[in-house]
Design a protein around this ligand. Structure first.
Ligand SMILES: Cc1cc2nc3c(=O)[nH]c(=O)nc-3n(C[C@H](O)[C@H](O)[C@H](O)COP(=O)(O)O)c2cc1C
Ligand code: SF4
Length: 462
């Protein structure tokens, strides 16, 4: 295993090892601080981060306002306070070593306002901001204003080129690095473009060479590339270290740090991860953001997969092709193709008796219980995203003007609940496609390691 040489990240020489940000409460002040303490980089998530009281106890968020726009404001205030609280914890735990970064989902409603308010009130505690899920054009200007380094997360050289041309070329001083996140392998949301086939993964090497070539053309020879997605042990990545074709690189770990003592996720969640088998992580498009994402196949995901499989196209008026009448509810009849009649009836017979329309002129089938929950989740929406396919909330206009999509889910609710001890069967478990390696990795044979123990193993390629 090659020696890992320190590189300059966010203004300091640190080991090129990073804990990726994970919302909601997948990485926090304790986990990121522990990574920084080892002279690495830790990233806490600023997506609904935990607010703590003066004894350090987590205050579970509750929303009191009746109007959604007002609940949205409550959520923003929680996010700001939580971000400040987690930055303080991270700083204390780090003992001033390493670097602390903060991660934000760009598609979160008011993400810029939240980032600005946290940075304003955490001066000197946060050294870098990473942002993915969407094209964070304003991130450069925003972070530069606070003299904090910024790290866009992209999945291709092309995406970075767009960001550079439109925005970052004007504020390159604080561009700390470019995170290349493998869109086929990374946990969480995945940046697959329309041109890329989810079923045809491409090896990262050539894509990284292309990114470095672009960075050189733009005069960013020294800007580190942070490799994320599918990184487990560095002996698999020897060819990427000290490789002049790639230049300075660092490695970002998202899934692997989730089973450490400092990781904030529940023991039940860690236990699921320990037993996942190869192929149990599914790349799918159920997120209400419209992005692809990778998560463990559990009851929650299986229901969405089944619902999607049971989807049937319809018309409001019968014609030669759509001639079979389907009673959608007491007030509405729609027409489906005769060849879909059995598919509809079988679902109804199986107890999926609530039929709901999608924005794509199709219907899906679900149980009374799931429909009740869906209505409740929509009613309790806190407007977390700038635009949501599940509830049709739009930060800019109040509503997207589309039909709410019953093939999606409330991402805020499910991630918040599972991030705070909720059922690991009935919530979304984001994970990278390498998660199955926990089961056979000797590091976990004698129990859960600390971050320090994990980093010691990573350093020697294990
Ligand atoms: C549970 C989980 C939640 C994540 N949440 C976020 C997030 O909120 N924002 C983000 O930019 N990346 C998020 N990620 C991606 C990680 O930061 C990291 O880049 C990715 O997991 C790396 O791939 P790996 O899972 O193969 O290690 C998440 C990943 C996981 C596993
Ligand atoms: S319904 Fe959509 S916008 Fe509302 S809280 Fe849930 S995910 Fe966020």
């Amino acid at each position: 295993m090659k020696n890992l040489n320190p590189i300059l990240l966010s203004g300091k020489e640190v080991l090129p090892l990073i804990e990726g940000g994970k919302g909601i409460n997948g990485s926090n002040g304790y986990s990121s601080g522990a990574w920084a303490k080892e002279n690495c980089v830790g990233t806490f998530s600023a997506v609904s981060p935990d607010v703590v009281d003066n004894k350090g106890n987590v205050i579970i968020e509750t929303f009191k306002k009746k109007i959604r726009a007002e609940r949205h404001e409550e959520m923003v205030q929680y996010a700001i306070q939580g971000g400040i609280d987690q930055a303080k914890i991270a700083h204390e735990v780090s003992g001033g070593n390493g670097r602390i970064h903060m991660n934000m989902l760009w598609e979160m409603a008011d993400s810029e306002r939240i980032i600005a308010a946290i940075l304003e009130r955490s001066k000197g505690l946060i050294h870098g901001v990473t942002c993915g899920a969407g094209l964070p054009y304003h991130l450069g200007e925003l972070a530069s204003k606070f003299k904090v380094y910024y790290y866009p997360i992209v999945s291709s050289a092309r995406a970075f080129q767009v960001l550079w041309k439109r925005a970052y070329s004007k504020c390159s001083e604080y561009l700390g690095g470019v995170v290349y996140e493998d869109p086929w392998l990374a946990g969480g949301h995945n940046g697959l473009s329309n041109a890329e086939n989810p079923m045809l993964p491409q090896a990262p090497y050539n894509r990284l060479v292309e990114l470095r070539k672009l960075l050189r053309e733009l005069g960013l020879e020294k800007t580190p590339i942070i490799i994320a997605g599918g990184v487990w042990k560095l002996s698999d990545w020897q060819d990427y270290i000290d490789n002049p074709e790639l230049g300075d690189v660092a490695f970002q770990f998202g899934t692997r740090p989730m089973i450490t003592k400092e990781s904030p996720i529940s023991d039940a969640w860690k236990n699921v991860m320990m037993h996942v088998k190869k192929g149990d992580v599914i790349l799918q498009k159920f997120s209400p953001t419209g992005f692809f994402s990778s998560a463990i196949k559990n009851t929650f995901l299986e229901k969405l997969i089944e619902r999607k499989k049971g989807e049937i196209s319809f018309k409001n008026e019968p014609d030669a092709e759509y001639s079979h009448a389907l009673q959608m509810n007491a007030h509405r009849m729609v027409y489906i193709k005769p060849e879909d009649a059995d598919k509809a009836q079988n679902q109804i017979n199986a107890g999926l008796s609530v039929i709901q329309e999608t924005p794509d002129q199709t219907v899906v089938f679900m149980s009374e219980e799931d429909w009740k929950k869906m209505k409740q989740d929509r009613a309790e929406c806190v407007g977390c995203l700038s635009q949501c396919q599940f509830s049709t909330w739009s930060r800019a206009n109040g509503t997207t003007g589309k039909l709410p999509d019953p093939r999606t889910y409330c991402i805020h609710k499910t991630l918040y609940e599972v991030g705070h001890g909720g059922s690991v069967k009935d919530h979304l478990l984001f994970a990278g496609h390498q998660v199955y390696r926990f089961a056979t990795d000797p590091l976990y044979r004698n129990g859960i390691p600390t971050v320090k123990e994990l980093i010691e193993k990573i350093k020697v390629g294990e």
